[in-house]
Ligand binder design. Structure first.
Ligand code: AMP
Length: 291
């Protein structure tokens, strides 16, 4: 695995990878991350390995997607450890730009995806999805992958990226496919996240209530046992009891992310963001109606 830190090196390395393919063009998959890797990230890498000839993983703690009072400085950084994990998974290139390489002096462009960015985490974290869209657009242009892998764990982020790629014609001929990968969970159901390491042992135990409550709500809504408003208020109560402060709970159309009051035969999703202590956790699940 080659670790590259400048755009010039990235271009040289990718050029070599592509031309070494012999006949035809090697297919390259991109897995963007902010590092502090866990099994969730590695699952994306494994899926990418199966689908492409070469995997490029990026590690960049993107300042533009953190708000002024968020955890940018505290965000875990462990490049050597992450690099070893990626190498063991057969990643060909680790793209690890510095903030200065990504945003040179005078950088002035912002990508803002209206609609899907507005509610949910977008409302709770103003500017967050502009930061995400801007950096992912740059990563797509820098790497020009044939496909890119993202986790459903960040469901709204996935919708924002799909919309941006479609609107800016990033999907053809490059980034042919944006692939969403189901959320990897700990044994007790908690979605894996780099931020879980902020939790105290007591908070970590309590955090299992989040996926439990969400799964129960998804099930009762799907079965038609409770109206959506009631199922949401049950989750709210359960989270409060477990020591969470709720940012939002929403049931939305899985494509538009518009809130829905009842199932209308279209894919739906339940999403939650809640704080325990100073840590903000998010999770979401599909609502699959029974036939
Ligand atoms: P991050 O490093 O948090 O920006 O995440 C990088 C990528 O990994 C994003 O596409 C995330 O959605 C994905 N990801 C994070 N946690 C998980 C998880 N538990 N399961 C699957 N994918 C994940």
């Amino acid at each position: 695995m080659q670790t590259v830190k400048t755009l010039q090196m990235l271009r040289t390395t990718l050029g070599q990878l592509r031309s070494a393919a012999g006949h035809g063009r090697a297919r390259i998959a991109l897995v963007p991350t902010m590092g502090a890797l866990h099994e969730g990230h590695l699952t994306l890498v494994r899926r990418a390995r199966e689908a492409a000839d070469h995997v490029v993983a990026s590690i960049f703690v993107n300042p533009r997607q953190f708000g002024p009072n968020e955890d940018l400085d505290a965000y875990p950084r462990q490049l050597a450890e992450d690099a070893a994990m990626l190498e063991a998974e057969g990643v060909a290139v680790l793209w690890a730009p510095t903030p200065e390489a990504m945003y040179p002096a005078g950088f002035a462009t912002n990508i803002s995806v209206a609609g899907v960015s507005d509610g949910l985490c977008g409302a709770a974290r103003p500017g967050h999805f502009d930061g995400v869209a801007t950096v992912v657009c740059k990563l797509f242009n820098q790497v020009q992958p044939d496909m890119a892998f993202f986790g459903e764990k960040d469901f709204q982020q996935l919708a924002v990226i799909r919309t941006m790629a479609r609107d800016l014609d990033l999907t053809h001929p490059h980034v042919d496919a944006i692939i969403g990968v189901p959320t990897m969970r700990e044994a007790d159901g908690l979605a894996m996240s780099s931020r879980n390491r902020y939790l105290t042992p007591e908070q970590r135990t309590a955090a299992a209530v989040l996926p439990e409550a969400l799964a129960m709500a998804a099930q009762t809504i799907a079965a038609g046992d409770q109206p959506i408003w009631l199922a949401k208020s049950v989750v709210e109560d359960e989270l409060q009891l477990a020591g969470f402060r709720l940012d939002y709970i929403a049931v939305v159309d899985a494509e538009t992310l518009a809130p829905i009051e009842e199932l209308a035969g279209r894919p739906a999703r339940i999403l939650v963001a809640a704080r325990i202590g100073t840590t903000r956790l998010i999770d979401n699940m599909a609502i699959v109606p029974r036939d």
